[in-house]
Design a protein around this ligand. Structure first.
Ligand code: AMP
Ligand code: MG
Length: 342
């Protein structure tokens, strides 16, 4: 019988050090070390992020190997995020992966972080326990990115639309900050939105052509509204917190769904796969699921929470898919911070 390849995946593009071991499409371990230090700064501080990746990466790799109950020399290849992301953070993962590959004499597989978010749907046992068939539309909603991607095959993807300014995650994080919460703000907004009236406050929706997004106008509208209300009543946030959070989430969910509806019309593709940290949001997933309920042709795929935010498993699974296709990379690769197209 053919041996099932074992791949290690290393993610270090932002503020999470993620290391995972997969055997075939099964996740044997998935270790994440979150960097809590950024909380007090209201966002990720690049230099601190690089230093902490450097401190944590060996620990995360050791833990991942230990939890997978394998020996280091059973690993067939090392995959890692080459970009996009914070360059200092990426350099830590890149250098580690190169040394690991040289030390063990195993091949290197570079991974595009956005592609990995989409391919996280091919990890075994996602929420629906089924994989999206090609072609499908990927909706990346994360801290760094907001994009609609046409996925024709594992490594044949096309960007159909992107945010022209802030990402959805960034927008939620900035709104949370003015409400007085720490980074990351998305989960806090979700927490306080429970029992809130999501129709109480109406904020302006961006007018952007095609399949692109814009969130800076919406974000400024929310921020200015809160500042104005605070001048009239210093307890405005305290009194209306649930309703503000619920209303913000509702409008964001509507903006995302409206664009996806446009993308469906344009492409005739009805399979939608959400990815990225914000896809853990209940209001957003509920909005998409209820759309699919009314439109029988539509299928929605939502990643499990641990594979939605940045994680090593999505890097390992992408590495495995490259390994199966002999898509190996040279030791001379260098990371990239920006990404425009595949
Ligand atoms: P990522 O860049 O994919 O790791 O995702 C991080 C982003 O996801 C941050 O902006 C978080 O605020 C956001 N996020 C994480 N969980 C949730 C949630 N449950 N609801 C909304 N946003 C979330
Ligand atoms: Mg990400």
């Amino acid at each position: 019988m053919k041996k099932k390849p074992i791949i290690i995946g290393i993610e270090s593009s932002c503020d999470d050090t993620g290391v995972s071991i997969v055997r075939n499409r099964e996740v044997l371990s998935n270790i994440i070390i979150h960097q809590k230090i950024h909380k007090k700064y209201g966002g990720v501080v690049p230099e601190l992020a690089s230093r902490l990746h450097d401190m944590n990466i060996t620990k995360a790799v050791k833990q991942a190997i230990y939890s997978a109950e394998i020996n280091q020399d059973q690993i067939d290849a090392v995959s890692f995020t080459l970009g996009p992301g914070l360059i200092g953070s990426l350099l830590v993962g890149t250098s580690f992966a190169k040394s690991f590959s040289m030390g063990l004499g195993i091949p290197l597989l570079t991974v595009n972080h956005i592609q990995a978010h989409i391919l996280s749907h091919f990890i075994q046992k996602n929420i629906n326990n089924s994989y999206p068939e090609f072609p499908f539309l990927g909706l990346i909603i994360s801290g760094g990115h907001t994009q609609i991607i046409k996925v024709n095959d594992f490594f044949k993807m096309e960007v159909l639309g992107s945010t022209l300014d802030d990402s959805v995650g960034e927008t939620l994080d900035k709104i949370a900050r003015i409400l007085g919460f720490y980074y990351p703000g998305g989960p806090v907004i979700e927490f306080f939105s429970k029992n809130g009236n999501n129709k109480k406050f109406v904020f302006s929706k961006p007018v952007v052509g095609g399949l692109d997004f814009s969130f800076s106008g919406f974000k400024s509208d929310v921020l200015q509204f809160i500042r104005k209300e605070l001048k009239k009543n210093a307890f405005f946030i305290k009194k209306n917190l649930s309703d503000i959070c619920a209303s913000v989430q509702k409008i964001i969910a509507e903006i995302l769904l409206e664009k996806i509806q446009k993308a469906i019309l344009k492409t005739g593709i009805y399979r939608i796969a959400l990815a990225g940290g914000v896809s853990a949001n209940y209001e957003i997933t509920r909005t998409f699921m209820s759309f699919a309920k009314k439109n029988k042709k539509c299928e929605i795929f939502i990643p499990k929470k641990e594979y939605a935010t940045d994680n090593g498993a999505m890097i390992a699974i992408t590495g495995l898919l490259k390994y199966e296709r002999n898509l190996f990379d040279s030791i001379h690769v260098t990371p990239y911070s920006k990404f425009e197209t595949f």
